[in-house]
Design a binder for this molecule. Structure first.
Ligand code: ZN
Length: 92
């Protein structure tokens, strides 16, 4: 997930080569109260003599929807079930 991070520019200050991993983004699992990894935190490093802005941002996994506990695969299956039901209703 952090591959190519040094070639990516910071969304705040637009500098490249200063982004580093800064831990995991955790949240509740889709079912139950288990805590799971939802993405990574990225830090625009201003430590030492690095020219970053010192701000952080998150990168979500592709299976995560921002602001929702429901994962993308569950939402896809739900939409597919509605579409299939709609097609069945048309056929009568
Ligand atoms: Zn920055």
């Amino acid at each position: 997930m952090l591959l190519g991070l040094k070639l990516t520019c910071c969304p705040h200050c637009r500098r490249t080569g200063v982004l580093i991993g800064h831990g995991f983004l955790r949240g509740y699992a889709e079912q139950g109260s288990e805590v799971v990894v939802r993405g990574r935190r990225v830090f625009c490093s201003n430590r030492g003599r690095r020219p970053g802005c010192g701000r952080t941002f998150s990168i979500l996994l592709s299976t995560v929807l921002y602001g929702f506990v429901v994962r993308t695969l569950t939402l896809f299956r739900f939409a597919n079930a509605i579409r299939a039901a709609s097609l069945d209703a048309r056929r009568g």
